[in-house]
Design a protein around this ligand. Structure first.
Ligand code: NAP
Length: 251
């Protein structure tokens, strides 16, 4: 691997990394040499993921967190710092999609929950972590193609992911002189628990894959290369960028 893609000596926190896209990124970051703090709400999920990653020994650490809660994020950052030292890379990957349907019929709670996890979480963790990143760093926000176009029945999710893109651009502008780069990845449909309602229904799956230039759903490890690029020196002149990794869906 080209040295500029190496993450050796870097400490990364990846939220929502006990399954799906986040777990695949954790594996990729560990293989690229980083020390990685994985986290999600459930201890059982953290334990399972740590077992899956055990070949990486003491370069991986796990903790429970709720990304919508400041106290919980502060505890996560402190625990990660105690274990590995200052954080260099944050991937705001944890996300949720609790409601499918028109906005006018949505319960207020769907708005609150979606914004708490998809938007307030990255807002809180990014600002807390940026204060630690005195030698620079990389923040990566996992948005969605739903943040680029108004997806049918996914209005609240789309709004949260579009706002996350503006958080990315705004923080990139504000933090650039501190050598902190802030970028976003917009995945298309990837086979995970979050998207199960889509890929498990053959009719819906056919409809979605027909819109993709590559004509198929993505696998979790197909976002990892983009994340390593944005986390590493390979992207040293890239900030405020939005990288679509969607199999050619929104083109
Ligand atoms: P997933 O398989 O459902 O995994 C989500 C992860 O986030 C889990 O580890 C989950 O663990 C954790 N999590 C959920 N709520 C949390 C919270 N409040 N605090 C901390 N951790 C939390 O989802 P995924 O598909 O990999 O999604 C990852 C990201 O990609 C999300 O931001 C999603 O919006 C985005 N995305 C996914 C797709 C897709 O097709 N899959 C497409 C575009 C964008 P616990 O439940 O134990 O907390």
């Amino acid at each position: 691997m080209n040295d500029r893609f190496s993450l050796t000596g870097r400490n990364a926190i990846i939220t929502g990394s006990t399954r799906g896209i986040g777990l695949a990124m954790a594996k990729g970051f560990l293989e690229a040499g980083a020390a990685v703090t994985i986290c999600s709400r459930k201890q059982e999920g953290v334990d399972q993921a740590l077992t899956e990653l055990k070949e990486h020994g003491d370069r991986v650490f796990g903790k429970t967190v709720h990304v919508g809660k400041r106290d919980s994020l502060e505890e996560l950052l402190a625990a990660s710092r105690e274990r590995f030292g200052t954080v260099h890379i944050v991937v705001n990957n944890a996300g949720t999609n609790v409601y499918s349907g028109p906005i006018i019929d949505s319960p207020d709670s769907a708005w609150d929950k979606t914004m708490e996890v998809n938007l307030k979480g990255p807002y809180l963790l990014s600002k807390l972590a940026a204060k630690q990143m005195v030698d620079g760093g990389s923040i990566i926000n996992v948005s969605s193609i739903a943040g680029l176009i108004a997806l049918d029945q996914q209005g609240i999710y789309s709004i949260s992911k579009a706002a996350l893109l503006m958080l990315t651009k705004t923080m990139a502008r504000e933090l650039g002189r501190q050598k902190i780069r802030v970028n976003a990845i917009c995945p298309g449909l990837i086979k995970t628990k979050l998207s199960e309602a889509i890929w498990a229904d053959p009719k819906v799956e056919k409809h979605v894959t027909s819109q993709k230039a590559l004509g198929r759903i993505g696998e979790t490890d197909e976002l990892t290369g983009a994340a390593i690029y944005l986390a590493s020196d390979a992207s040293s002149f890239t900030t405020g960028a939005v990288l679509q990794v969607d199999g050619g869906m929104v083109i």
